[in-house]
Design a protein around this ligand. Structure first.
Ligand code: PLP
Length: 372
């Protein structure tokens, strides 16, 4: 049964207008409910760019081992995890902030840096939370259209005004999967005003193959105004635990710590993330899965004459055309969930998470059928 939102009563008068403007996030139905409603036993979820191989096995083990200790509050400072992440990325633990998902760090950033009327520059389309969090801080969203499905870094540079506080670079960009190159980003880093912070969101960075991908952590080490965001939700397969991290100058981390809730990252997420970092075999296998899946899907889509954007991430933006909504619904009836792109102003596209070989084959078969 669909839950209707209760009509807003007098309470809406005491709520700031920016809260009223935001549309509440509408979660997808749980997989079990989709199965029950459609009377099907198999559901393939290729909608949220999760890892189809599942969590890193070492992370699962760590969760079992830690389970008997969850009556304790988590370590609010993520002491051991920060130490491991520091070693992993070549910075100091003081350069790291851990969030309840990297999207919590996006919220901390807008909370700290955006006041009423301040501007945040982002690509259009790009990850939706940049917009929502900026609006919640009463900031002005400055959208810069993509150029040939890629973030237009020089246009983003030109969009900087005296009110600009943040520039969001989703690299690879969600939903296009394209990257900004070292050369393009370096130009921006070198010319950005000192009172603007560059946010390099690298949620999919482990999947990138391109030799032109920037080494942003080296700019953090040089003391530039940049924060690099990474996550355990994608290649590590820990999306359900909610854990991601940011790497930045110590001063920036210290500012973010002022708005960070004291126990924002739960204990199981911390131990799983530490173990996940050490699970090299899972990482390699997951990356290979995407490389092979990409090849298969590209070949099939080309055969079908379907337009798509070549990707550096674990998802592909596919142009379906005028029938997109009906294709999404037909796929859903067959138990295949893909992401419609209306919220990104791309109503004729879907975003497909690359799955296992079996899942990709089933998708292609049902996609061909749905297009007929
Ligand atoms: C570009 C980008 N950044 C951040 C996130 C959020 O990741 P997390 O699960 O760490 O909050 C996503 C999730 O889809 C994403 O696509």
């Amino acid at each position: 049964m669909e839950e209707k939102e209760e009509s807003l009563d007098f309470l809406s008068r005491i709520v700031p207008p920016e809260i009223l403007k935001v549309k509440p996030y509408i979660p997808g139905k749980p997989i079990e409910e989709v199965k029950r409603e459609l009377g099907i036993s198999r559901v393939i979820k290729l909608a949220s760019n999760e890892n189809s191989l599942g969590p890193a096995p070492k992370a699962i083990q760590a969760i079992y081992q830690y389970a008997s200790k969850i009556h304790f509050y988590p370590d609010g400072g993520c002491y051991y995890l920060k130490k491991d992440l520091a070693e992993h990325t070549g910075v100091d633990p003081g350069n790291i902030i851990v969030g309840n998902g990297s999207d919590e760090i996006v919220s901390m950033l807008t909370r700290v840096f955006i006041q009423k009327g301040d501007e945040a520059i982002m690509g259009d389309p790009s990850f939706l939370m940049y917009k929502i969090d900026t609006q919640l801080s009463q900031g002005k969203v400055v959208c810069v259209p993509l150029k040939e499905s890629r973030l237009d870094v020089s246009a983003m540079r030109e969009a900087i005004t005296s009110r600009t506080k943040l520039i969001f670079i989703s690299n690879p960009n969600n939903p296009t999967g394209t990257i900004v190159t070292e050369r393009e980003l370096k130009e921006l880093v070198q010319t950005i005003p000192p009172d603007v912070l560059l946010v390099c969101d690298e949620a999919y960075y482990e999947y990138v193959d391109s030799p032109d991908y920037p080494d942003t952590v080296s700019w953090v080490k040089e003391g530039k105004n940049i924060i690099v965001l990474r996550t355990f939700s994608k290649i590590y397969g820990l999306a359900g635990l909610r854990i991601g991290y940011g790497i930045a100058r110590k001063g920036i981390v210290s500012l973010l710590n002022r708005v960070r809730p004291p126990f924002n990252v739960n204990s199981l997420a911390q131990v799983a993330a530490r173990a996940g970092l050490k699970d090299r075999a899972h990482l390699v296998k997951s990356k290979r899965l995407i490389q092979e899946g990409k090849k298969f899907l590209y070949a099939k889509l080309e055969e079908m004459g379907i337009e798509f954007v070549p990707t550096q991430a674990n998802f592909i933006l596919i142009k379906v055309g005028g029938k997109t909504e009906s294709v999404i619904n037909t796929l859903l009836k067959k138990g295949i969930i893909v992401r419609g792109m209306e919220a990104y102003n791309l109503p004729h596209h879907i975003r497909l998470t690359i799955g296992t070989q079996e899942e990709n084959e089933i998708f292609i078969r049902e996609f061909q059928e749905a297009l007929r």
